[in-house]
Design a protein around this ligand. Structure first.
Ligand code: GCO
Length: 443
């Protein structure tokens, strides 16, 4: 396999997120985000890890951008920490925070790397959470003001924007299950958070289109290929309900199809938070959709699971190979999920904005020979190529992620990087997978 098979316009990249790499948690006027607060609460993160320093990207970003260049990766996805730019989430802006991303963006451009910022990768300013966070409808205006500040500051150099990262994960894990920041639970938090995230995503798209008419504007979704545990009718309908929740809940209102609540009546609860006219504000005509996928999910019927009556059959109970996340090693899942999103005629273009795997890498004589990650990556790419050759509108692929980093509630144990990090010394070692990707991308 070689990259020419994907065509000369195919976008190759690597993805990161501010909170997972930057550290600098209170540097130069930055305000706390919900993740700064949550990750410093005892018991929330495995082994008491926190991200106050993380990969120290805030200070040593130039070294890491050198690595991106050295690996021949032409596109770098990162996110803008809202509370670095606006410490309370609202104006006034923090000039030093604004300047920081100017340096990151210019640092990319000087190295011939295209910068791909995401506006929201889960780190809501804590001051806004105190006002209700994503459950408060005012968040739509707060987010639109933040978007405007970023568009005006960086728009002259940015050709590809992403509005949001995986709304299903930050609303589901953060406002329903309480496993992620801000740690809220229950449908009374989940439903308004869903609706306000949809409105904000569309509104963010409109602000960017207005201020950066030349740029390509996208947004990203988590997704997983779903399979029923058996071919029995009740397992199949349970799998369908999970599929709606995992793969359709956020994309369909954006595409103008409304919430999929006819097939999953539980979702009718969202209507309580809708105002007249909202149906028209929910869609936005994105230039591309980013899909982010890691594994497949197997679902069976369960009367005991509240609301959904469907439960995940854990990969560890299925006798399959596992990653450090206890996810099934199943790179083949990227093919059916591309097919699924490709089937929406409203989607113009798909980029795989995240795909990767975590394994317990070992440093042996200064080297990290991560053959499992390398094999995962190669199989994924074969599957993407297969979909593309069948006519799917998939035009790019970004590996998750550049360096090992802070994996949210899992702390530092799951290592997803192409580059190994020693979190004490901040020393980097390019893994075999990173060397392979560099060779693959070499012009
Ligand atoms: C995501 C998350 C990433 C995770 C990755 C692995 O967008 O899914 O943003 O931050 O680290 O998915 O779990």
């Amino acid at each position: 396999m070689n990259k020419e098979l994907f065509g000369t316009d195919f976008k190759w990249g690597v993805s990161t997120a501010a909170f997972q790499i930057e550290g600098g948690c209170d540097a130069e006027g930055k305000g706390p985000s919900i993740w700064d607060i949550f990750s410093n609460i005892k018991g929330k993160i495995k082994d008491g890890h926190h991200a106050n320093t993380a990969c120290d990207f805030y200070n040593i970003y130039e070294r890491d951008l050198d690595l991106v260049q050295h690996l021949h990766i032409p596109n770098f996805r990162f996110s803008l920490a809202w509370s670095r730019i606006m410490p309370t989430g609202l104006k006034p802006v923090n000039q030093k925070g604004l300047d920081y991303y100017d340096r990151v963006i210019d640092g990319c451009l000087e190295r011939g790397i295209e910068p791909w910022p995401t506006l929201y990768h889960w780190d809501l300013p804590h001051a806004l959470e105190l006002k209700g966070g994503w459950t408060n409808r005012d968040v739509v205006n707060w987010f639109s003001d933040f978007t405007e500040v970023c568009a005006k500051q960086y728009g002259d150099r940015i050709k590809h924007w992403m509005v949001m990262n995986e709304p299903m994960v930050f609303t589901g894990a953060g406002y329903f299950l309480g496993l992620h920041a801000p740690g809220r639970t229950g449908l009374k938090n989940f439903f308004p958070a869903i609706h306000h995230a949809v409105l904000s995503m569309a509104e963010g798209g409109r602000v960017l289109r207005d201020l950066c008419p030349q740029a390509e504007i996208g947004t990203t979704f988590s997704c997983s290929h779903v399979e029923p545990y058996s071919q029995r009718a009740w397992d199949k309908s349970a799998a369908n309900r999970a599929d709606i929740l995992f793969n359709r809940l956020f994309i369909e209102p954006i595409l103008g199809l409304g919430y999929p609540d006819k097939e999953l009546s539980l979702l009718k609860g969202i209507r309580k938070y809708m105002l007249p006219g909202d149906e028209d504000k929910m869609p936005f005509d994105f230039d591309f959709i980013g899909i982010q996928t890691y594994t497949r999910e197997v679902i069976r019927f369960s009367l005991l699971t509240p609301y959904l009556h469907a439960k995940l059959v854990k990969a560890e109970n299925r006798n399959v190979p596992l990653t450090s996340m206890k996810w099934e090693v199943y790179p083949e899942g990227i093919y059916p999920i591309i097919k699924k999103y490709n089937a929406y005629p409203q989607i113009k273009k798909i980029y795989i904005t995240e795909n990767g795997s975590a394994f317990p890498d070992a440093v042996v004589q200064g080297q990290v020979d991560d053959q499992e990650r390398l094999a995962y990556l190669q199989t994924s790419l074969e599957q993407v190529l297969k979909a593309k050759n069948e006519g799917c509108k998939v035009e790019g692929y970004f590996v998750w992620t550049l360096t090992d980093n802070f994996e949210w509630a899992e702390g530092y144990h799951p290592r997803f990087g192409l580059v190994h990090v020693d979190f004490n010394s901040q020393e980097r070692i390019i893994k075999s997978s990173g060397k392979w990707y560099a060779g693959f991308l070499k012009p």
